[in-house]
Structure formats: structure tokens, C-alpha cells
Design a protein around this ligand. Sequence first.
Ligand code: SF4
Ligand code: SF4
Length: 398
Amino acid sequence: MNKNIFILTHGDTGAFETGSVPFEVRIPLNGHGKKSVKKKAEVYPGLLVADHKNDKIGDMHSGITGVVTEVTETQVIIKAQELAAPAEGEEPKPTGVEPVDLASLEGEELQAALKGLGVDIRPFIRRCDLLILNALNPEPGITYAESMLVHAKSTINAGLDMLKRLSPASRTVVALPTGSTAAFDGSDVAFIEPAYPNSLDELVVAKITGKEIMKGVNVVSLHMLYNLGAVAESGMPLTHTVVCVEGKNIVAPIGTPVGALLKDASIEVTDSDTVIMGGPMRGEATGDLNKGISKDTNALFVMPAGSTAPISDHACFSCGACIQHCPSRIQPNMISRYVEFNELDFCRQENINACMECGLCTYYCPARRPMLQYIRLGKHKIALEESQVAACALQVEE
Ligand code: SF4
Ligand code: SF4
């Protein structure tokens, strides 16, 4: 077994590349009810395209100049193009939006302004005493972390200052890979051995606090902080993010099609290859190269056809490999079987929610069962069941 594949990249400080302007963006919506643009509308960078009625979920903005070609429940598609010159006597067309003065705002006003600028503020305002910035590369093959700390230092510092204004935490610790020389004013640092799965939030918390509980602790990832910092630094809407494309870090407009980003990184994809959005251990496969990246897309990988045996719902033959490697010390083999047969109570008994979704059980399973996918499905079904029970209880109380 090759243990090197679990080493998390560290010490790599290559600069980010700016992606070429894609021919279109497909801005993904997730419950954004009110669309602010219609088909054929002319848009420019920073223009609001859809807002979310939840006051903690960020609104969505265009990252490019162009014309809206489609508006659906799930996406706004914008074709990149120069806008027609104004007719004689008409006002010049806007080319951007004015920045918001975030320094003068506090409390709910600050939160509302950030939400309006596209920031999902929920991860930053959770009740906690200890705030941890997880600055390790999250998965093997992802390389942006130390590049961000070097080349986007002012953005990261602006994000950290803003995070401290939003969070109720009394102490902040930055988790870095062992050997890193990054320094942060007003925050402690802790060093973590850069080997997967040590970068998982739960394991970072255990290493720093010595306890296996998340109570009173909030963990924010470096990618999230970079997005927050980009808004905090400029006062402008969140329109771009950093995506690690097979090791190459590209700054791209939100909504850039997956296929366009792979092309930018000179990666050719055949019909039989598997494209993964996210890291190789925890990401999700997509069959749609036109799918637009979201604010949270941190990586893209391509698994060439034939490089691994295909995953399928083969039967478990009880070899125990998944149990041996599970950092949550649960029984993935049993849980996956219970999910398969919709035995949700047994899933609860086996502590399915203790799963950290590291993906190691899928990696090690010689039967090539889709273990992580089963577990995510089981968690989703349990959450759905519990929300329905809660809704019924409310009706009874009424
Ligand atoms: S994904 Fe699998 S190995 Fe990882 S914590 Fe969950 S059950 Fe354990
Ligand atoms: S690794 Fe796969 S085959 Fe082995 S016990 Fe776990 S689920 Fe079963």
C-alpha cells in the first residue's frame, strides 16, 4: 500500500493563475428564490443576479460582462460578450458596482451587508469559545493552502480580521502543517502533521483541544476564509474563487463551467473519464462538464478511465478493511448495509452521524462498494425523517 498518496501538500507556494474569461458562466442557485435579472438582460461584474430569502445565505452576482441567456430555478446562464454601446443621448452603461464601506458597520448591519455581497455568513457566526482556522490543504492533491498564505496574505488577513468581528469566540488558533513559518497577529498557531486524514475538522479539533467533541469550537476552512477576505478587502461582491485543478490553482468566476476550467489547465477529458468536483477522497463525481462551479468548489480532479476498478453496489464480504481504517471508530461495513436496506434505526444505533466523511472506507474497500455515498445517503434520509417528525410535532402543538 502506498502511504505517500496520503501526504498533504505543504511548502508549495506557487502563485495563482487567473483563468481566461469563460464563454459563459452558469451561476448555480440553491434556493435563491428571487431572480434579479431576466433573459436578455445585460449584466456586468458585481451585478446582483439572485437573492436568498434566508438572511444568512449569500446572494449571487455576475462575475463577467455579458447577456443573460437563461434563468431557471437552479442556475442563471450568462453569455460573455461586450455590451452594445449606448445609443446617442443615452447614459453610459455601468461597468461595475460601488464598494460597500464594511469598516463602518457592526453587528446585524455588517452581517446583512456581507450577505448582500454574496457571503454565506452561517459558518462564521456559530456560537463558540474557540475559533480554529484550518489552514491545511484539505485533501491529498489539493495545493492552494500555503500559496494562499503567501500570495494572498492581505486577503487572508482581511478575512481573519472580519472573522474575528463576526465570531463570538474569545480565542483563535490557526492550524498549520508542521514546519510552516506563517505568522498571524493576535492568533495562536498549532502544528498538525500534514497527512490525510489529519486535515479533517474533527481531527484538527482533537489535536488542538485534546478532546473528541466539537462543542464550543467552530472550525473555518482556509477556502471559506479566502472568499470572506476577498469581500472584506474590497467591499465588492463575491464573484470569483480559487479552484485547484489537478494541482494548478486558478482564480475563476463563480459559475465557470467545469469543462472550461479543465481546458484552462490543459486537461483533456474523454467520455469514460470520471470528473470529480472537490478532492479525490471526499469530492463528488459529475457527468456534466457544463456545470458551473459554486463558491464552495475548491478543487477539480479527473480520474482517467481504467485507472481504478469501477465502484458498484457489490456485496460486502466482511474483510474488515473499512473498520480498520475508519478514524471515527465506527463500523462502515454494517452502516452501508443498513443504508442499502433502508434500516435507518440500525444506522442510528451504529452512530452513522459520527462519520467524518473522510472517504477512507471507500478507498480501502476491496469490494469497491460506494461506502461514502451510502453513508451520505443514510445521513440525508435520517435528517429528512427527523425534519418531518419535527414538522408533525409542531402541528400537534398547534
Ligand atoms: S467515511 Fe468511512 S472511514 Fe471515514 S469516518 Fe466515515 S465511515 Fe469512517
Ligand atoms: S472493506 Fe468493503 S468488503 Fe471489507 S468489510 Fe468493509 S465494506 Fe465489506
